[in-house]
Design a protein around this ligand. Structure first.
Ligand code: SAH
Length: 367
């Protein structure tokens, strides 16, 4: 027999585990057991998979590994939001955030190490893109959070709003959602998942055909092509009008709506004219708007508008019958809020060093 390459079972969909087992001459039905242990019960030590039989337990580690991100640091905000710094198998660091009671429990997951989208107000953008996460690394964040928060068996929502652009890592992201949704694992319903994107159009069109259809959030942030070109540079390739057309065509279940996220930058995109343009742009789309007053950070060349400006903007939308909410920022004291996730991209800096790099003055830490 040739020596088999060990494959990470946590990266595989159920049918892939079954196929592997079959190729090894092991009955397929053991795949379900293994999948349940990993995903439903969070057990990654084959010796503890007690219904597998001694021989199989002895054989499996020769063929499979089971990878899980390691917790490098955990920080709890005064509001209960908890940020996890996770170390991947190759040493790269990502962040995942637990947001309690919004009203349900929410896991905010990363899909990439860093991000390529270069949005002008986002701290993750400063890292550039380091690499895509694998499906197993996306799913692994859930396994770690359930364990660390002692939440196994509880309901939770998932928002793909951590580091990275999910539609720029399409295949791994969708595979992760299929693994999370599998009835033999966590059985996370697509209704409990929200995918947030800047609008990578070809991938958005593909998403519209997926059987596992998460809720959609679009990071809009601007009402003119010129301004969006500057704030969300992918707009130069996939413009605002085309994005909104794609949203109009996007299949929505009854009563479902697309969320439009709108980061508010003081004196930049927060004027009454902006609000009125936004109303116009969203006509004919089943939409709701989520206003995100900027979470300021060193190195981000914008300010957070006053509550008064935010409220004024929100009222204009509401007066025109656009559903609007203002995102109360969670975990700002630990930099776990939107656009504040950033990790040192070098392999294994000491935690103190990572912290130091976050504290450096504008522009000094990266590029
Ligand atoms: N790349 C995806 C997923 C990230 S979601 C996307 O852009 O949609 C994170 C959300 O927080 C996005 O809407 C992003 O634009 C927003 N954001 C980024 N930086 C921010 C900041 N400094 N303050 C408030 N929101 C921010």
């Amino acid at each position: 027999m040739t020596t088999a390459v060990r494959i990470d079972a946590a990266e595989l969909e159920l049918h892939e585990i079954e196929d592997r087992l079959e190729a090894l001459g092991i009955p397929r039905f053991h795949g379900r057991q293994i999948f349940q242990w990993i995903h439903r019960k969070g057990v990654t030590n084959v010796d503890a998979m007690t219904d597998l039989g001694r021989e199989l337990r002895a054989a499996l580690p020769g063929h499979f590994s089971i990878g899980t991100p390691a917790v490098a640091r955990q920080e709890r905000s005064t509001d209960g939001t908890t940020k996890f710094l996770l170390r991947l198998g190759d040493g790269h660091l990502i962040e995942s955030v637990f947001i309690p009671d919004t009203p349900s429990q929410t896991f905010c997951l990363s899909t990439q190490v860093g991000c390529a989208m270069k949005c002008a107000f986002c701290l993750t953008a400063r890292m550039g893109i380091v690499r895509n996460l694998t499906a197993g690394e996306v799913v692994g964040q859930v396994r770690v959070l359930l364990r660390e928060l002692d939440m196994r068996g509880q309901r939770f929502n998932i928002v793909l709003m951590g580091m990275g652009e999910p539609l720029h890592n399409y295949d791994a992201t969708m595979k992760a959602l299929r693994i999370l949704g599998n009835e033999h694992g966590l059985a996370v319903s697509p209704r409990r998942v929200t995918l947030s994107t800047v609008g990578v159009l070809p991938a958005l069109e593909r998403l519209a055909t997926e059987p596992f259809m998460p809720n959609l959030a679009i990071s809009l942030h601007s009402t003119t092509e010129e301004q969006r070109d500057a704030l969300v540079p992918i707009n130069r390739k996939y413009g605002l009008q085309d994005l909104l057309d794609a949203c109009r065509r996007f299949p929505l279940k009854r009563r479902n709506r697309i969320t439009f996220e709108y980061v508010m930058l003081d004196q930049v995109n927060d004027t009454p004219e902006d609000a009125r343009r936004l109303v116009k742009l969203l006509q004919g789309i089943k939409a709701k708007v989520n206003l995100l007053p900027l979470n300021a950070a060193p190195g981000i060349p914008f300010d957070r508008p006053s509550d008064e400006r935010v409220n004024r903007f929100a009222s204009i939308l509401a007066d025109h019958h656009v559903t609007v909410s203002v995102r109360r920022s969670r975990g700002r004291d630990i930099r776990a809020a939107c656009g504040q996730l950033i990790t040192e991209s070098t392999r294994t800096p000491a935690p103190g060093q990572q912290l130091a790099s976050l504290m450096q003055p504008p522009g000094a830490a990266h590029r």
